[in-house]
Design a protein around this ligand. Structure first.
Ligand code: SF4
Length: 117
């Protein structure tokens, strides 16, 4: 084998080994994405969230701006007791049809809150 042939073979083996070493790392990344989930958590600066006054912590709602959550009746409103909220038992975050493809926090609130029927 010529000197060039040896170098090419060495270079190929080095590249193949480096690629093989990366496979488990890439695989773990994909698995983490698949497990953790499916959906991203909505952010409070999401345009729909801003428009509806959504916050992750319902006790932080600006009740001057969103009086629906003022007073005793308002203080009992949370995503987890809204009719649009869907989460598995014990889950801290759930789906809401107002934010398709995203998760809202059970302790959160927005102005579209509707009592569970
Ligand atoms: Fe939370 Fe209900 Fe508003 Fe959805 S509609 S963000 S579940 S309060």
């Amino acid at each position: 084998m010529s000197e060039n042939g040896k170098l090419s073979r060495r270079r190929f083996l080095g590249t193949a080994l480096a690629a093989a070493a990366l496979v488990p790392v890439a695989g773990r990344g994909l698995m983490a994405t698949a497990h953790a989930g499916e959906l991203a958590k909505v952010t409070e600066d999401d345009p729909t969230a801003v428009a509806l006054g959504y916050v992750h912590d319902a006790t932080k709602v600006d009740t001057a701006k969103f009086p629906k959550r003022a007073g005793d009746a308002g203080a009992s409103q949370f995503c987890h007791n809204c009719s649009l909220y869907q989460a598995a038992e014990g889950e801290e975050w759930g789906k809401c049809s107002i934010f398709p493809g995203k998760l809202v926090k059970g302790a959160g609130w927005c102005n579209a809150w509707v009592a569970k029927g």
